[in-house]
Design a protein. Structure first.
Length: 502
């Protein structure tokens, strides 16, 4: 490994000078494809269902995409360490664009869901490889620049996605939501092919070649295990009760497959999920902390719009604004975080951010009822600033503790844990919200049916208060998740990250 590093530096130098700007533009475009796709479809659901039917299963347009992205992250991380970032990014972008084209040609809801899964298989490569390349391109002192740009891409996508999707669905056709990806992706692919140059990897002393061995058995086991467990979390309490036969069968199968994953990965020469990801304190702590971040993010992203419309009485556009304000403060805070962690370290900066976030989330249930729109909006603005101080120092810090040949796997493990936390959070907090509603309203009520009655203007004041209580309970759960992340960093993460010299 030590003999390959000089070649890597020499080969990367042209990209780091004249061509790096073009590569960064390509990364931002690729990230935009993955970021906007999670929001642009939502506002076009009525038009899609009206054209294709399949109302009972349309939620799989989101769940299928999320599952495909999540379970492929570890595989793409390992492949990028084995074969390089460029071929993985090109293959992922091409697969994503193929899925987009097929989505635009879908003839029924089943076909559209299947093609969304194809999109997700490419989206996993986009998310993980872009973040890894961002660390490859910049030295530690400059990495906040590229990370703040990528954070801005996510922020703009979160705000613009629903609006763009609504406009295309209303004035053109919902199929353009997917077709618009093609020119953006084509430009990104052209820039990557032309300007991204990676080093030729030489054989280590005593080795005949650098031919890589891919743990395909481990990849299949991870894919199957992740798919089954995430399906159980996504569909549990929605398509069937938590203690029903399908739920028990899926969780049982998932646990059995988890045992298979451990067995296969222990025997593999180059495992997809290597043991060192969890044996190293720094990486394990960051994985757990960002898993908690994914969990707590469900509270604002899923439940705040319902609260804003049902309790505050806001229109959908105004409710969306209450949520979107955190996308204004998050990238600004992330860019500023470098000045903090250079003084007090990665761990302490992240603890400052997540500790503040816990207090902000805990304050939400104390808002007056029904209150004014500016009150939750202010909390969201502060929450974005706190999480900007939390996430970016951990990502930059953990990427700086590993060599090039481990950076893809490390980055993928972090993103995988965050995505898994978000999926688990949706299931857990959905059950919490529905449980509070049932207790307050004295029946088997759930959030979907209650908010539907509110939209029809038939729900009494007691129902609005019940929704407020349910969302308050979710925010308290999110505050607990933030507290868990704080404790994980305090107990498990080293005071100073073992950053490698560059």
């Amino acid at each position: 490994m030590g003999d390959t590093r000089p070649a890597i530096r020499a080969a990367a130098e042209p990209t780091a000078t004249g061509r790096r700007g073009a590569v960064v533009a390509a990364l931002m475009l690729a990230m935009a494809l993955a970021a906007i796709d999670s929001t642009i479809v939502s506002t076009a659901i009525p038009q899609i269902v009206g054209d294709l039917g399949g109302f009972s299963v349309f939620s799989w347009l989101f769940s299928g995409y999320l599952l495909a992205v999540t379970v492929t992250l570890p595989l793409y991380g390992k492949l990028s360490d084995t074969f390089g970032r460029k071929p993985v990014l090109i293959a992922g972008a091409a697969l994503f664009l193929l899925g987009s084209l097929l989505c635009a040609l879908a003839w029924n809801m089943g076909a559209l869901i299947a093609f969304r899964i194809v999109q997700g298989l490419g989206g996993g490569a986009l998310q993980g490889t872009v973040q890894t390349l961002a660390a490859d391109l910049y030295p530690l002192k400059d990495r906040p620049k590229i990370q703040s740009k990528l954070s801005t891409v996510w922020a703009v996508s979160a705000v613009a996605g629903p609006g763009v999707g609504g406009v295309l669905a209303a004035y053109a056709d919902w199929r353009w939501i997917f077709l618009v990806n093609l020119p953006i992706g084509a430009v990104a692919l052209w820039l990557i092919v032309r300007y991204l140059h990676e080093p030729e990897r030489e054989a280590a002393p005593g080795q005949a070649s650098t031919r890589a061995r891919v743990d395909w058995a481990g990849a299949l086991a991870v894919f199957a295990c992740g798919g089954v467990l995430l399906t159980a979390l996504v569909q549990g309490g929605v398509a069937w009760p938590w203690l029903s036969g399908p739920s028990i069968a899926l969780f049982g199968t998932g646990l059995a497959l988890a045992a298979v994953v451990v067995l296969v990965e222990r025997r593999a020469a180059e495992p997809i999920i290597p043991g060192w990801v969890w044996r190293r304190r720094t990486i394990a702590a960051v994985n757990l902390a960002l898993g908690a971040l994914g969990l707590l993010m469900v509270a604002p992203t899923v439940f705040l719009p319902t609260y804003a419309q049902s309790v505050l009485g806001l229109a959908p556009v105004a409710a969306g604004f209450v949520l979107s304000v955190w996308t204004l403060s998050w990238p600004v805070s992330a860019a500023f975080s470098q000045h903090v962690y250079r003084r007090i370290g990665f761990r302490n900066t992240a603890m400052l951010g997540i500790g503040t976030a816990a207090l902000i989330l805990f304050a939400f249930p104390f808002l007056p009822y029904p209150g004014e729109a500016w009150q939750p909006a202010l909390l969201m603005l502060l929450l974005g600033a706190a999480l900007g101080l939390f996430q970016l120092p951990l990502l930059v810090g953990v990427q700086s503790t590993v060599e090039w040949s481990e950076r893809g796997t490390t980055t993928a493990s972090v993103l995988f844990c965050r995505q898994t936390g978000q999926t688990a959070g949706a299931a857990i907090f959905g059950a919490v919200a529905n449980g509070v509603l049932a207790a307050r309203l004295g029946g088997a009520s759930d959030l979907d049916s209650v908010t539907g009655a509110l939209d029809a203007g038939t729900a009494p004041e007691a129902t609005r208060r019940a929704i407020a209580d349910a969302v308050h309970a979710v925010y308290l759960g999110a505050a607990c998740a933030a507290a868990v992340a704080f404790v994980v960093l305090l107990v498990l993460a080293p005071r100073r990250f073992p950053v490698l010299k560059e």
